[in-house]
Write a protein that binds this ligand. Structure first.
Ligand SMILES: [Zn+2]
Length: 193
C-alpha cells in the first residue's frame, strides 16, 4: 500500500491505546519505516543508475526492511527509547506487521509483480509470502480504505484535540482542531453548527 495509507493506519492504531504525544509519533513513524527500502527509487530513476546499475529499488524494495529482522530491530530501538515501558514498543511491532500484511494484500504493481515478502530474513531466505488474491496498489480497495482512515483521523482529531500534524507542528495542529471544532461544535456538545 502507499505511504499515506500506512501512515494513517499507524496513527489509528497508535490512538487505539493510551500513548503520549512522543509515543504516538514513534508508533506512526514505525508504520511507514519499512518503506525506507524503497528509497532506492530516487537513485534508480537518475542517470547515475545508467553508470552504476545497482537496481536499488527493484532489487531491495520489499526486501531489506520488510522482514522479521527489521521488525525486531525496530522493536529493540523502541524499547531502548522507552526504557521501562512496553506498550509503545509492542505497538511498534504490531504496526510493523500490519504494514507487511497491507503490502501482501494490496500492493500489486502495474506490471502485475506481487512484491513477495521475504518474512524470515535474515534468519531464512526460504519464506516468500504472497497472496494470490492481492489487489493492485492503485485500486478501489486501497482508495476506500484510505478514505475511511482519513475520516477516522478527522473524527479522532475533533474528539481528542490532536491530529497527525502534531508530529510536525503543535501550532498548526491546534489551528486544525480549532477549525474542526468551530465547524462541527465541541465534542460532547449536541447542538451541531
Ligand atoms: Zn511496504
Amino acid at each position: 500500500m502507499n505511504l499515506i495509507t500506512h501512515l494513517l493506519t499507524g496513527w489509528a492504531l497508535a490512538n487505539a491505546v493510551p500513548l503520549d504525544r512522543r509515543d504516538r509519533a514513534i508508533v506512526t513513524i514505525a508504520s511507514i519505516a519499512p518503506d525506507v527500502d524503497g528509497l532506492g527509487i530516487v537513485v534508480e530513476h537518475t542517470p547515475l543508475n545508467e553508470i552504476i546499475p545497482l537496481h536499488l529499488f527493484s532489487d531491495y524494495h520489499h526486501v531489506l526492511a520488510h522482514n522479521l529482522g527489521f521488525g525486531l530491530l525496530m522493536f529493540i530501538i523502541a524499547l531502548i527509547i522507552n526504557r521501562r515501558k512496553l506498550l509503545a514498543p509492542s505497538m511498534v511491532f504490531v504496526v510493523f506487521h500490519i504494514h507487511l500484511l497491507a503490502d501482501i494484500v494490496g500492493s500489486r504493481g502495474p506490471d502485475g509483480y506481487q512484491w513477495p515478502i521475504p518474512y524470515l530474513l535474515p534468519f531464512s531466505a526460504n519464506c516468500q509470502v504472497v497472496w494470490k488474491g492481492q489487489w493492485a496498489l492503485v485500486s478501489w480497495q486501497n482508495i476506500a480504505i484510505t478514505i475511511i482512515l482519513m475520516g477516522l483521523t478527522i473524527q479522532l482529531a475533533w474528539k481528542r484535540g490532536y491530529s497527525p500534524v502534531e508530529m510536525i507542528s503543535e501550532r498548526a495542529d491546534a489551528k486544525i482542531i480549532e477549525t474542526l471544532r468551530a465547524r462541527f461544535g465541541m465534542p460532547g456538545d449536541r447542538t451541531l453548527k
